[in-house]
Design a protein around this ligand. Structure first.
Ligand SMILES: NC(=O)c1ccc[n+]([C@@H]2O[C@H](COP(=O)([O-])OP(=O)(O)OC[C@H]3O[C@@H](n4cnc5c(N)ncnc54)[C@H](OP(=O)(O)O)[C@@H]3O)[C@@H](O)[C@H]2O)c1
Length: 333
């Protein structure tokens, strides 16, 4: 079968290759999935470029890709919840990537039946961004009536998160650039701030939750618009100490992170706030909750571009530019 493999750390085009490899063998708890569509996430190019090697050092050649939608073509003897021919979607476990391929063996616990109202391309766009958002808002204890700021509402995560927060009864502020304002509003955001023309720091105050999908100064600035006792959940800033430990970062890196977080920790203390960096994980049960929100039309899939698998490098380069409108997918068929 054809796979895309990472051959070294560095520029995307110079460090990935298409190769023919043996069909994967499945374990007792695994499904063999024929992948119809995979979706691309920024973490894919970050891994290729070596940005994640403190968390997980690769040995080359290495598989790439976490999101998929496809069909079950074999199942292990202890698999109980799936049948051959089932149409499924999944974010595969962090330690076993490889959805940029024609087939993959996946633990059944990471897999869920595909929402009946989505195509394969739409379904593949959901798992990683959906699970990240569910896990982030769980940490923030999101409740109906909360005021939430979601940065980058036009991105893969943001476009899902706006719909999810609205489905949970929140009032949603979001940021995006001029060209995206109208369609992001259509996702349900109550106030869309055009970052090319407006300064969100002058518009927003006293929100319950900031969902920081941008990192850098946005993480620190979150505390300027947060109410006393609110939550800043970051997926792009610096890991808090607990998460750094869970990620297996060594003592020196944790110490350097602590120094880097000095201002952030101070701001958090001053506001009596909760700061958490979330590193998402695979979870078939949570994916099933997301499936229900999709089938009840609370959340739609937002696919910006579809590429054939053979053009995966162009697709990765497009995502790296950082201006996708929703998600980018690779069709294997
Ligand atoms: N920790 C985790 O588990 C986890 C999970 C998922 C994602 N992430 C990280 O979260 C980040 C976002 O992921 P993603 O998939 O949403 O990325 P993405 O789809 O590539 O985000 C692109 C979007 O960001 C918007 N954007 C760029 N600069 C902006 C700014 N200054 N203000 C507002 N919007 C801006 C762009 O809109 P314009 O074109 O209008 O600028 C574009 O629509 C990435 O760094 C990713 O690695 C982390």
């Amino acid at each position: 079968m054809k796979v895309l493999q990472i051959t070294g750390y560095g520029k995307i085009a110079e460090n990935v290759e298409f190769r023919e490899v043996e069909k994967p063998k499945i374990g007792n708890h695994q499904l063999l999935i024929e992948i119809h569509t995979a979706s691309i996430n920024p973490v894919d190019y970050k891994i290729i470029e070596g940005a994640m090697k403190n968390i997980n050092k690769l040995s080359f050649p290495a598989p790439v890709g976490f999101d998929l939608a496809g069909k079950v073509i074999e199942k292990g003897e202890n698999v109980t919840n799936f049948n051959l021919g089932d149409e499924v979607f999944a974010r595969v476990p962090t330690d076993s990537p490889g959805t940029f391929a024609e087939m993959i063996a996946v633990d059944q616990q990471a897999v869920c039946q595909k929402p009946s109202n989505l195509s394969y391309a739409e379904a593949a766009s959901i798992p990683l961004v959906g699970l990240t958002t569910v896990q982030s808002f769980q940490k923030a204890k999101l409740k109906s009536g909360d005021k939430v700021l979601i940065h980058a509402g036009s991105g893969g995560v943001g476009s899902f998160a706006i719909q999810y927060a609205k489905a949970k009864g929140a009032y949603v502020f979001t940021t995006t650039s001029t060209k995206n304002v109208d369609w992001v509003k259509d996702l349900g955001a109550d106030r869309v701030i055009d970052y090319k023309k407006e300064d969100y720091l002058k518009i927003i105050e006293e929100v319950d939750i900031v969902y920081d999908t941008l990192g850098g100064d946005y993480t620190k600035d979150a505390f300027k618009v947060l109410k006393e006792g609110g939550s800043v959940i970051s997926i792009a800033g610096d890991p808090d100490n607990e998460t750094a430990k869970e990620l297996g970062l060594n003592g020196l890196i944790r110490f350097l992170l602590k120094l880097k977080r000095f201002k952030l920790d101070q701001l958090s203390k001053e506001k009596n706030a909760y700061y958490k960096f979330v590193m998402m994980h695979a979870d078939g049960t949570q994916l099933n909750d997301i499936k229900e929100l999709i089938e009840s039309n609370h959340i739609a899939a937002i696919v910006d571009k579809e590429y054939p698998f053979t053009e995966a490098i162009d697709a990765l380069e497009y995502v790296k530019k950082g201006h996708a409108k929703g998600k980018v997918v690779l069709n294997m068929k």
